[in-house]
Design a protein around this ligand. Structure first.
Ligand SMILES: [Zn+2]
Length: 275
Protein backbone atom coordinates (compact mmCIF):
# COMPACT_ATOMS: atom_id res chain seq x y z
CA UNK A 1 0.00 0.00 0.00
CA UNK A 2 1.13 3.49 -0.84
CA UNK A 3 2.83 5.09 2.19
CA UNK A 4 1.61 8.59 1.39
CA UNK A 5 -2.04 7.49 1.14
CA UNK A 6 -1.65 5.56 4.42
CA UNK A 7 -0.41 8.69 6.18
CA UNK A 8 -3.15 10.85 4.63
CA UNK A 9 -5.86 8.33 5.64
CA UNK A 10 -4.47 8.17 9.18
CA UNK A 11 -4.46 11.98 9.49
CA UNK A 12 -7.98 12.16 8.04
CA UNK A 13 -9.14 9.54 10.57
CA UNK A 14 -7.48 11.31 13.48
CA UNK A 15 -9.18 14.60 12.55
CA UNK A 16 -12.53 12.78 12.52
CA UNK A 17 -11.48 11.16 15.83
CA UNK A 18 -10.87 14.61 17.26
CA UNK A 19 -14.45 15.53 16.31
CA UNK A 20 -15.70 12.25 17.83
CA UNK A 21 -14.03 13.24 21.11
CA UNK A 22 -16.22 16.34 21.17
CA UNK A 23 -19.30 14.21 20.48
CA UNK A 24 -18.35 11.72 23.24
CA UNK A 25 -17.94 14.55 25.73
CA UNK A 26 -21.03 16.53 24.86
CA UNK A 27 -23.46 13.73 24.02
CA UNK A 28 -26.48 13.87 26.32
CA UNK A 29 -25.10 16.87 28.21
CA UNK A 30 -27.32 19.31 26.36
CA UNK A 31 -24.28 21.05 24.89
CA UNK A 32 -24.15 21.38 21.13
CA UNK A 33 -21.39 19.82 19.07
CA UNK A 34 -20.67 23.17 17.45
CA UNK A 35 -18.69 26.00 19.00
CA UNK A 36 -15.06 26.32 19.97
CA UNK A 37 -13.57 23.66 22.25
CA UNK A 38 -12.44 24.92 25.62
CA UNK A 39 -10.62 23.54 28.68
CA UNK A 40 -13.05 21.96 31.13
CA UNK A 41 -11.18 23.37 34.15
CA UNK A 42 -10.35 26.97 33.25
CA UNK A 43 -12.56 27.45 30.17
CA UNK A 44 -9.59 28.64 28.12
CA UNK A 45 -10.53 28.53 24.44
CA UNK A 46 -8.23 26.19 22.55
CA UNK A 47 -6.19 27.72 19.76
CA UNK A 48 -5.73 25.94 16.43
CA UNK A 49 -2.41 24.32 17.37
CA UNK A 50 -3.99 22.89 20.51
CA UNK A 51 -6.57 21.17 18.32
CA UNK A 52 -4.10 19.23 16.17
CA UNK A 53 -4.88 15.54 16.82
CA UNK A 54 -2.39 13.49 18.88
CA UNK A 55 0.50 15.95 18.31
CA UNK A 56 -1.03 18.63 20.54
CA UNK A 57 -1.46 16.14 23.39
CA UNK A 58 2.18 15.12 23.00
CA UNK A 59 3.61 18.65 22.82
CA UNK A 60 1.53 19.84 25.78
CA UNK A 61 2.47 16.68 27.67
CA UNK A 62 -1.18 16.00 28.39
CA UNK A 63 -1.79 19.30 30.19
CA UNK A 64 -3.81 22.44 29.52
CA UNK A 65 -1.54 25.37 28.60
CA UNK A 66 -3.75 27.71 30.65
CA UNK A 67 -4.24 26.01 34.00
CA UNK A 68 -2.05 22.86 33.76
CA UNK A 69 -5.11 20.64 34.30
CA UNK A 70 -4.52 17.12 33.02
CA UNK A 71 -6.08 16.33 29.67
CA UNK A 72 -7.73 12.92 29.45
CA UNK A 73 -5.90 10.13 27.61
CA UNK A 74 -9.22 9.58 25.87
CA UNK A 75 -8.32 12.33 23.38
CA UNK A 76 -5.17 10.95 21.77
CA UNK A 77 -6.40 7.33 22.09
CA UNK A 78 -9.68 8.01 20.26
CA UNK A 79 -7.81 10.03 17.62
CA UNK A 80 -5.22 7.30 17.06
CA UNK A 81 -7.77 4.48 16.96
CA UNK A 82 -9.98 6.33 14.47
CA UNK A 83 -6.89 7.02 12.35
CA UNK A 84 -5.94 3.32 12.35
CA UNK A 85 -9.51 2.27 11.51
CA UNK A 86 -9.59 4.64 8.53
CA UNK A 87 -6.31 3.18 7.24
CA UNK A 88 -7.65 -0.38 7.61
CA UNK A 89 -10.95 0.50 5.91
CA UNK A 90 -9.02 2.14 3.10
CA UNK A 91 -6.94 -1.03 2.72
CA UNK A 92 -10.11 -3.14 2.77
CA UNK A 93 -11.70 -1.33 -0.19
CA UNK A 94 -8.59 -0.01 -1.99
CA UNK A 95 -8.89 -2.73 -4.67
CA UNK A 96 -11.97 -0.90 -6.01
CA UNK A 97 -10.20 2.42 -6.37
CA UNK A 98 -8.59 2.01 -9.84
CA UNK A 99 -11.73 0.74 -11.62
CA UNK A 100 -14.66 1.94 -9.48
CA UNK A 101 -13.64 5.03 -7.51
CA UNK A 102 -17.24 6.08 -6.84
CA UNK A 103 -18.12 2.70 -5.34
CA UNK A 104 -14.95 2.90 -3.25
CA UNK A 105 -16.01 6.34 -2.00
CA UNK A 106 -19.52 5.19 -1.05
CA UNK A 107 -18.35 2.01 0.71
CA UNK A 108 -15.56 3.83 2.51
CA UNK A 109 -17.89 6.63 3.65
CA UNK A 110 -20.51 4.13 4.82
CA UNK A 111 -18.14 1.98 6.85
CA UNK A 112 -16.21 5.00 8.14
CA UNK A 113 -19.53 6.29 9.50
CA UNK A 114 -20.29 2.89 11.08
CA UNK A 115 -16.78 2.79 12.59
CA UNK A 116 -17.19 6.33 13.96
CA UNK A 117 -20.48 5.46 15.66
CA UNK A 118 -18.84 2.36 17.18
CA UNK A 119 -15.89 4.42 18.44
CA UNK A 120 -18.25 6.91 20.13
CA UNK A 121 -20.30 4.03 21.57
CA UNK A 122 -17.20 2.31 22.97
CA UNK A 123 -15.73 5.42 24.53
CA UNK A 124 -19.10 6.35 26.02
CA UNK A 125 -19.46 2.85 27.47
CA UNK A 126 -16.00 3.11 29.04
CA UNK A 127 -16.71 6.53 30.53
CA UNK A 128 -20.24 5.96 31.77
CA UNK A 129 -20.66 2.15 31.76
CA UNK A 130 -23.73 2.53 29.61
CA UNK A 131 -24.60 2.19 25.94
CA UNK A 132 -27.17 4.92 25.21
CA UNK A 133 -30.18 3.87 23.11
CA UNK A 134 -29.61 6.81 20.78
CA UNK A 135 -26.23 5.40 19.73
CA UNK A 136 -27.14 1.69 19.52
CA UNK A 137 -30.25 2.60 17.50
CA UNK A 138 -28.27 4.92 15.20
CA UNK A 139 -25.92 2.01 14.54
CA UNK A 140 -28.80 -0.45 14.06
CA UNK A 141 -30.55 2.00 11.72
CA UNK A 142 -27.47 2.55 9.57
CA UNK A 143 -26.85 -1.20 9.40
CA UNK A 144 -30.51 -1.85 8.53
CA UNK A 145 -30.50 0.66 5.67
CA UNK A 146 -27.19 -0.76 4.41
CA UNK A 147 -28.79 -4.20 4.11
CA UNK A 148 -31.04 -2.93 1.31
CA UNK A 149 -28.21 -1.30 -0.65
CA UNK A 150 -25.16 -3.46 -0.12
CA UNK A 151 -24.64 -6.95 -1.44
CA UNK A 152 -21.11 -7.83 -0.40
CA UNK A 153 -19.04 -5.01 -1.89
CA UNK A 154 -21.59 -4.25 -4.60
CA UNK A 155 -24.18 -1.49 -4.54
CA UNK A 156 -27.50 -3.12 -5.48
CA UNK A 157 -30.92 -2.04 -4.27
CA UNK A 158 -32.55 -5.30 -3.15
CA UNK A 159 -34.70 -6.96 -0.52
CA UNK A 160 -32.32 -8.62 1.93
CA UNK A 161 -32.46 -12.38 2.46
CA UNK A 162 -34.56 -13.75 5.30
CA UNK A 163 -31.48 -14.73 7.37
CA UNK A 164 -29.99 -11.27 7.06
CA UNK A 165 -33.27 -9.74 8.22
CA UNK A 166 -33.57 -12.23 11.09
CA UNK A 167 -29.95 -11.85 12.21
CA UNK A 168 -30.70 -8.50 13.83
CA UNK A 169 -33.34 -10.18 15.98
CA UNK A 170 -31.92 -13.67 16.53
CA UNK A 171 -28.41 -12.53 17.45
CA UNK A 172 -29.40 -10.34 20.43
CA UNK A 173 -32.28 -12.61 21.56
CA UNK A 174 -30.30 -15.02 23.79
CA UNK A 175 -28.45 -12.10 25.38
CA UNK A 176 -31.65 -10.19 26.04
CA UNK A 177 -32.84 -13.37 27.75
CA UNK A 178 -29.66 -13.54 29.86
CA UNK A 179 -30.25 -9.91 30.81
CA UNK A 180 -33.81 -10.76 31.83
CA UNK A 181 -32.88 -13.87 33.86
CA UNK A 182 -29.88 -12.28 35.61
CA UNK A 183 -31.81 -9.04 36.13
CA UNK A 184 -29.05 -7.18 34.31
CA UNK A 185 -26.19 -8.56 36.42
CA UNK A 186 -24.41 -10.69 33.80
CA UNK A 187 -25.05 -8.58 30.80
CA UNK A 188 -26.39 -5.12 30.09
CA UNK A 189 -29.41 -4.71 27.85
CA UNK A 190 -27.35 -2.16 25.92
CA UNK A 191 -25.03 -4.97 24.77
CA UNK A 192 -28.02 -6.89 23.38
CA UNK A 193 -29.26 -3.71 21.65
CA UNK A 194 -25.82 -3.26 20.11
CA UNK A 195 -26.12 -6.77 18.65
CA UNK A 196 -29.22 -5.72 16.66
CA UNK A 197 -26.98 -3.56 14.50
CA UNK A 198 -24.23 -6.20 14.43
CA UNK A 199 -26.74 -8.74 13.08
CA UNK A 200 -28.01 -6.38 10.37
CA UNK A 201 -24.49 -5.31 9.42
CA UNK A 202 -22.78 -8.70 9.29
CA UNK A 203 -25.62 -11.17 8.78
CA UNK A 204 -26.00 -14.41 10.71
CA UNK A 205 -22.62 -15.99 10.03
CA UNK A 206 -20.58 -12.81 10.44
CA UNK A 207 -22.67 -11.70 13.42
CA UNK A 208 -22.18 -14.91 15.40
CA UNK A 209 -18.48 -14.75 14.55
CA UNK A 210 -18.17 -11.17 15.83
CA UNK A 211 -19.98 -11.99 19.09
CA UNK A 212 -17.84 -15.12 19.71
CA UNK A 213 -14.72 -13.13 18.90
CA UNK A 214 -15.74 -10.38 21.33
CA UNK A 215 -16.05 -12.95 24.15
CA UNK A 216 -12.57 -14.29 23.39
CA UNK A 217 -10.98 -10.86 23.20
CA UNK A 218 -12.86 -9.82 26.35
CA UNK A 219 -11.71 -12.96 28.18
CA UNK A 220 -8.09 -12.50 27.05
CA UNK A 221 -8.22 -8.87 28.17
CA UNK A 222 -9.71 -9.78 31.57
CA UNK A 223 -7.03 -12.43 32.16
CA UNK A 224 -4.38 -9.88 31.22
CA UNK A 225 -5.87 -7.41 33.72
CA UNK A 226 -5.88 -10.08 36.43
CA UNK A 227 -2.21 -10.88 35.80
CA UNK A 228 -1.34 -7.17 35.75
CA UNK A 229 -3.50 -6.78 38.85
CA UNK A 230 -1.31 -9.36 40.59
CA UNK A 231 1.72 -7.19 39.89
CA UNK A 232 0.30 -3.86 40.90
CA UNK A 233 -2.05 -5.10 43.61
CA UNK A 234 -0.57 -2.78 46.21
CA UNK A 235 -1.24 0.22 44.02
CA UNK A 236 -4.86 -0.80 43.78
CA UNK A 237 -4.92 0.08 40.11
CA UNK A 238 -6.82 -3.01 39.02
CA UNK A 239 -9.24 -5.06 41.01
CA UNK A 240 -11.23 -8.20 40.28
CA UNK A 241 -14.40 -6.32 40.98
CA UNK A 242 -13.69 -3.75 38.32
CA UNK A 243 -16.59 -3.92 35.90
CA UNK A 244 -15.28 -4.11 32.36
CA UNK A 245 -17.77 -2.71 29.86
CA UNK A 246 -18.48 -5.19 27.09
CA UNK A 247 -19.50 -2.71 24.38
CA UNK A 248 -15.94 -1.91 23.24
CA UNK A 249 -15.18 -5.61 22.68
CA UNK A 250 -18.35 -6.05 20.60
CA UNK A 251 -17.49 -2.93 18.61
CA UNK A 252 -13.90 -4.06 18.06
CA UNK A 253 -14.78 -7.54 16.83
CA UNK A 254 -17.51 -6.12 14.58
CA UNK A 255 -14.97 -3.86 12.91
CA UNK A 256 -12.46 -6.73 12.65
CA UNK A 257 -15.19 -8.81 10.97
CA UNK A 258 -15.84 -5.96 8.49
CA UNK A 259 -12.18 -5.35 7.73
CA UNK A 260 -11.12 -8.99 7.42
CA UNK A 261 -14.50 -10.29 6.22
CA UNK A 262 -14.69 -12.85 9.02
CA UNK A 263 -17.49 -15.41 9.09
CA UNK A 264 -18.01 -18.80 10.70
CA UNK A 265 -15.32 -20.23 8.40
CA UNK A 266 -12.86 -18.21 10.48
CA UNK A 267 -14.15 -19.73 13.73
CA UNK A 268 -13.88 -23.21 12.20
CA UNK A 269 -10.30 -22.45 11.17
CA UNK A 270 -9.48 -21.44 14.73
CA UNK A 271 -10.52 -24.94 15.78
CA UNK A 272 -8.65 -26.58 12.91
CA UNK A 273 -11.71 -27.69 10.97
CA UNK A 274 -13.88 -26.30 8.23
CA UNK A 275 -17.57 -26.05 7.52
ZN1 LIG B 1 -7.30 24.83 31.56
Amino acid sequence: MNTLITIVMFLFGSVIGSFLNVVILRYRTGRSVGGRSACFSCDKKLSWYELVPIASFATQRGKCTGCQARISWQYPIVEAITGILFVLLYARFAYLLPTMPLLFGILFAYYAFIASVLVVLSAYDMRHKILPDGLTMLFAGAAFVGMFFLKGDALILHVPGIWDLCAGILLPAPFALIWLISKGKWMGLGDAKLMIGIGFLLGMSGGITAVLLSFWIGAAFSIMLLILGGFVKRGGVFSMKMAIPFGPFLALSTLLAVIWQLDLGFIAQMFGGSF
